[in-house]
Design a protein around this ligand. Structure first.
Ligand SMILES: N[C@@H](CCC(=O)N[C@@H](CS)C(=O)NCC(=O)O)C(=O)O
Length: 215
């Protein structure tokens, strides 16, 4: 049985839970981190020495790092839908997963969500936040251009390319920040919201994180 640790408000857990639900994998979910704590126990650190969530244990195989978990689950349980043995085919979604983690996530999750929403107002660095919002604007305009005439990032079907980037959308569209006109991204977001897995695991209210830098 697959066991998954992480609090439901964790952005990185949400990617994993979304894929688990898309694949219909039977699992047990344990709230951990944040108000639930438990990341500094010897048992948890033996699984993930960094003391972070998400972590999975799949019948004795322990994996941490959200994107490594996505790759593991797709390769193990989603060979017909979310994984390919062909390196060229795999690179089509892997490059977007990497881009999401190395470009979009620093600019949005760190530069806007943390710096703006999670930082108490007196401590906010407004010029730096503005620069991050502008970088996000450029990222989303590029995605908007790519999504023209497509249902999902790589075409007609949801893929691993959509999961890390799509997980940003709920927060991006629910913060009081300037956003460009991006009708193709908005249509993609609506398509994701049609999916029960997205609604259950990504559209998780995040009010508990407002002004909270502790975790
Ligand atoms: N690069 C890691 C980042 C893991 C991470 O920073 N997780 C956060 C939650 S999103 C965490 O464990 N925070 C401490 C806590 O929740 O107590 C990944 O993608 O899994």
């Amino acid at each position: 049985m697959l066991t998954i640790w992480g609090r439901r408000s964790s952005f990185n857990l949400q990617k994993v839970m979304w894929l688990v639900a898309e694949l219909g994998i039977e699992h047990r979910h344990i709230e951990a981190g944040g108000q639930f704590g438990g990341l500094d126990t010897p048992e948890f650190l033996a699984m993930n020495p960094h003391g972070r969530v998400p972590v999975i244990d799949d019948g004795g195989t322990v994996v941490w790092e959200s994107h490594s978990i996505l790759r593991y689950l797709a390769a193990r349980y989603g060979r017909d839908t979310f994984w390919s043995d062909d390196p060229a085919e795999r690179s089509r979604y892997e490059r977007w997963m990497d881009w999401s983690q190395t470009a979009l996530q620093p600019d949005f999750l760190n530069g806007v969500f943390w710096a703006f929403y999670r930082t108490p107002e007196p401590q906010r660095d407004l010029p730096a936040i503005k620069k991050s919002i502008d970088r996000c604007t450029r990222h989303f305009q590029l995605l908007d251009w790519l999504l023209a005439g497509r249902k999902f990032l790589l075409g007609n079907d949801l893929s691993l390319a959509d999961i890390p980037i799509g997980t940003h959308l709920y927060r991006y569209f629910n913060l009081e920040i300037a956003r460009p006109s991006i009708s193709n991204v908005e249509a993609w977001y609506r398509r994701l919201q049609d999916r029960p897995a997205y609604r259950s695991h990504v559209m998780v209210p995040f009010g508990e994180l407002r002004g909270r830098l502790a975790y």
